[in-house]
Design a protein. Structure first.
Length: 150
């Protein structure tokens, strides 16, 4: 992965990450956020993947159902955020992939193996986004009441 700081002023930073063939995007972005001490950020990305694992949250079982796609796909859109989950950055992103036949698949991004590239823009916020365990779903969700400056 290559990265550059695009902007920094008044507690706001923006980074460009360019991931290379074979890198796993979710873990690479998470590691970068940890290295940079990012606890609140928006992310957007485009690129392509040789494989991806997408999740669908099933409220009946309270778990994510995962589907693995072992094919070349275009990453048409990837939007998400990074929040503090117990002192660690948590990447939460949803992705839409275009297939060879121009159909699309989408879901919660769990894994993405880059081929040939992926371009990610991370825009940090000066506020910290903190998660809390939601008793109804069992998910760690962003808690606006715990998310603020400092």
């Amino acid at each position: 992965m290559k990265s550059t700081l695009l902007y920094e002023e008044h507690g706001l930073r923006s980074f460009l990450l360019v991931l290379d063939t074979g890198e796993e995007a979710h873990s690479t972005i998470t590691a970068f956020a940890a290295e940079q001490h990012i606890t609140a950020a928006a992310l957007s990305a485009i690129g392509a993947a040789s494989s991806a694992t997408l999740g669908y949250f099933d409220p009946e079982s309270g778990t994510y159902l995962s589907t693995v796609f072992e094919e070349q796909m275009e990453l048409a859109s990837c939007l998400g955020d990074i929040a503090d989950d117990g002192g660690n950055p948590a990447v939460h992103a949803h992705a839409v992939f275009g297939r060879r036949d121009s159909s699309a698949v989408a879901g919660h991004l769990q894994k993405l193996h880059v081929f040939p590239t992926m371009e990610v823009v991370l825009t940090e916020s000066p506020a910290h986004l903190r998660k809390r365990l939601d008793a109804a779903t069992g998910l760690a969700l962003i808690d606006p009441g715990r998310s603020r400056d400092g």
